[in-house]
Write a protein that binds this ligand. Structure first.
Ligand SMILES: NC(=O)C1=CN([C@@H]2O[C@H](COP(=O)(O)OP(=O)(O)OC[C@H]3O[C@@H](n4cnc5c(N)ncnc54)[C@H](OP(=O)(O)O)[C@@H]3O)[C@@H](O)[C@H]2O)C=CC1
Ligand SMILES: CC(=O)N[C@@H](CCC(=O)OP(=O)(O)O)C(=O)O
Length: 326
């Protein structure tokens, strides 16, 4: 069987489409990417026979004819594929890594296109891009604009609380929730060492390590990330409206990030659920604020498998290959 089987029916002009290989394509993130690629039909997807999917020689042969490789692997396996790509020199494909392995590596571009005005161009120009973690996508989206605006000092003692659906833990966590052996809700990360902390701190431009308390609930996908702030401890004592204005300025015109109006159904009821953006690449940012108590909670809502993983990966792929975004 050929190593270069394509998944899509050949169409006129298919020869000019860029070739993409999803390494780890049968895992949770990989399946989400493959499904999105199937629907968009902008690229030719190269596939590897199942019995060869962990065979480095077979991967290397496939990558010789690939423009971009998307890694949806555990960190150690991702590093092995990156070593293969490095061994190919300048003729090797571009690489987009969904694992945690290179998120703070200085020679990789960070794949959160909305991070700063020039970030999408950095992703377009890069040969190596790391796809952000789901929780950092929410936390950085909330924190970076208010640090850049001078409203939040970099050494402020930030706390980030979050809840994820169980698909965030990949195949093994999905199995434990679906066979009933997992608890219905759990805090974790209580050892202060969650793997997302370095990228959260670096790209939010915080000089003090935040406290990050994630949790996982008995539902498949969808995520809320929240940052509580005592506004009268911040320089200049900003209001909720000031924080909202800084977020709105940063994301004005953004296709995938929406800053929700200060008054909306959620701020009226004081409630927000995590699943509303499932199967999309959208990220919603909310400012809940009390002028009476000088308190605010910033909240990001996203699909951990959408803008938190597979959706963001397809967005980055489109930037890296010069394809239309959408
Ligand atoms: N799930 C999520 O919400 C998110 C996940 N990520 C990251 O994406 C990566 C993938 O995670 P996820 O999809 O959840 O994990 P899964 O466990 O669902 O899938 C991982 C896949 O990788 C395969 N695999 C393992 N080793 C190799 C190898 N050497 N060569 C080829 N395939 C291999 C596994 O196959 P097998 O089971 O047969 O070993 C499995 O199909 C991880 O680094 C994860 O941290 C990032 C953002 C969000
Ligand atoms: C619910 C759950 O377990 N979530 C995962 C994070 C998912 C993710 O984003 O993983 P990456 O770091 O590879 O991007 C966790 O906390 O480890």
């Amino acid at each position: 069987m050929s190593l270069t089987d394509t998944k899509q029916a050949p169409t006129a002009g298919a020869a000019t489409k860029p070739a993409v290989f999803v390494d780890g394509g049968s895992g949770t993130t990989g399946l989400g990417i493959n499904e999105r690629l199937r629907l968009s039909n902008d690229v030719v997807v190269k596939t590897i026979p199942d019995d060869k999917r962990k065979d480095p020689a077979a991967k290397k042969a496939l990558m010789e004819e690939t423009d971009l490789v998307i890694l949806c692997l555990p960190d150690d396996a991702a590093k092995e594929t990156v070593a293969l790509i490095d061994s190919m020199g300048a003729s090797g494909p571009k690489v987009l890594d969904a694992s945690t392995a290179y998120r703070v590596a200085p020679d990789w571009a960070y794949g959160f296109a909305e991070l700063a005005p020039d970030q999408a161009d950095k992703i377009r120009a890069a040969k190596k891009v790391s796809n952000p973690g789901c929780y950092p996508t929410g936390a950085i989206a909330l924190l970076r604009p208010i640090v850049d605006a001078g409203l939040l000092p970099p050494d402020y003692p930030v706390t980030v609380n979050a809840v994820s659906g169980y698909s965030g833990g990949g195949k093994s966590m999905i199995a434990s929730f679906e066979d009933g052996s997992a608890p219905s809700f759990e805090l974790y990360g209580l050892g202060f060492e969650h793997k997302h902390l370095p990228e959260m701190q670096l790209y939010s431009k915080l000089s003090r390590r935040p406290i990050f308390i994630p949790s996982v609930g008995n539902y498949r996908q969808g995520m809320l990330v929240s940052v509580p702030l005592q506004l009268d401890t911040l320089p200049g004592k900003p209001s909720g409206a000031d924080l909202h204005a800084a977020l709105a300025r940063r994301y004005a015109g953004s296709k995938f990030v929406s800053v929700m109006p200060l008054q909306n159904e959620a701020t009226k009821t004081g409630r927000l659920e995590p699943e509303a953006l499932n199967e999309t690449n959208m990220l919603e940012l909310y400012v809940f604020a009390s002028d009476k108590y000088h308190q605010a909670v910033l909240v990001a809502r996203l699909d951990n498998l959408g803008k938190g993983a597979s959706g963001a990966a397809v967005q980055n792929m489109q930037l890296m290959l010069g394809l239309p975004e959408g």
